[in-house]
Unconditional design. Structure first.
Length: 289
């Protein structure tokens, strides 16, 4: 199984968001730690308040991140002329990064207090970001090719056949196949929502167990590195595909229903964001221009 940015994406995202939070908090900690009623008496109040140069800039930066993140991925996904412009999975990563960093900047723009339209915008934005995390989790449970396109059942079967041919070429490969099959033998496709949740967790645990057994088998048999690497990749890919096919039907339904929820919240977010910006402009607030 070839390693791509998707394998390390959760770690990259966590480190990046953590770094931004630490940086923004460190910069304004004394102000944020001051009770709201006393902030107006601080020397940095004019700069740090939501309409101040510093925090206002956070709001503009966060809004632009969300707009660019949503529009770029949506255009790449839906406009035929752009389908050859980069790998869709990488555009999704770009979308997720900007649409998680954007709300973080906007939270610091509010200086941890908000009301009226701004509060509606903020909480709608956070709801969209939270649902986006769920969507990413469902997305990776659906078998896809390197371009991020969902595999059909025929393509999954073809991929499994190709993997089996690689493994069957070595005695240890046959052992790897048998080990993977035994690890997942007890599972049946779930029928209900809660069965699916429990099965997904159990399958993830079994995949980790299978991965450890694969490494142990290759280590015990002292396979040469040039032969061990393709066997390891093939075995890991077989384990991942086996895991995903058990819950594929239910996850596809979850993903469809997730879209039905995520899209309206996104539209509401943009409507309230536009309303907030219009009100700010009508009230005469400006940034550096």
């Amino acid at each position: 199984m070839k390693r791509t940015i998707g394998n390390y994406f959760p770690i990259i995202l966590l480190v990046l968001c953590g770094f931004v939070i630490v940086l923004l908090t460190f910069n304004g900690w004394n102000y944020y730690d001051t009770p709201i009623a006393l902030r107006a008496f601080r020397s940095d109040y004019q700069t740090m308040k939501p309409s101040g140069v510093f925090s206002h800039g956070f709001g503009i930066a966060g809004s632009l991140m969300i707009i660019i993140g949503v529009s770029s991925y949506s255009f790449r996904k839906r406009i035929n002329r752009l389908r050859s412009f980069g790998v869709l999975a990488n555009w999704l990563h770009f979308h997720i990064i900007l649409c998680l960093l954007g709300p973080i900047f906007i939270i610091y723009h509010t200086t941890f207090k908000s009301g009226g339209i701004a509060a509606i915008t903020l909480w709608t934005m956070l709801s969209v970001a939270a649902s986006g995390i769920i969507g990413r989790f469902l997305y990776v449970l659906i078998p896809r090719n390197l371009n991020g396109t969902q595999l059909t059942m025929e393509e999954i079967e073809s991929e499994m056949k190709n993997i089996s041919e690689v493994l069957q070429g070595y005695p240890v490969g046959i052992l790897l196949s048998q080990t993977i099959d035994i690890t997942f033998a007890r599972f049946q496709p779930p029928q209900t929502f809660w069965q699916t949740i429990v099965t997904i967790i159990q399958l993830e645990i079994s995949k980790i167990q299978a991965r450890n057994k694969i490494r142990e088998i290759l280590s015990w048999n002292k396979i040469a590195p040039e032969a061990a690497l393709p066997l390891k990749h093939a075995a890991l890919e077989r384990a991942a595909l086996t895991q995903k096919t058990f819950v594929l039907g239910q996850v596809e339904r979850f993903f469809h229903n997730w879209h039905l929820i995520h899209l309206p919240f996104t539209i509401i977010m943009f409507i309230t964001l536009i309303a907030h910006v219009v009100v700010v402009i009508l009230l005469g607030y400006r940034w550096i221009f």
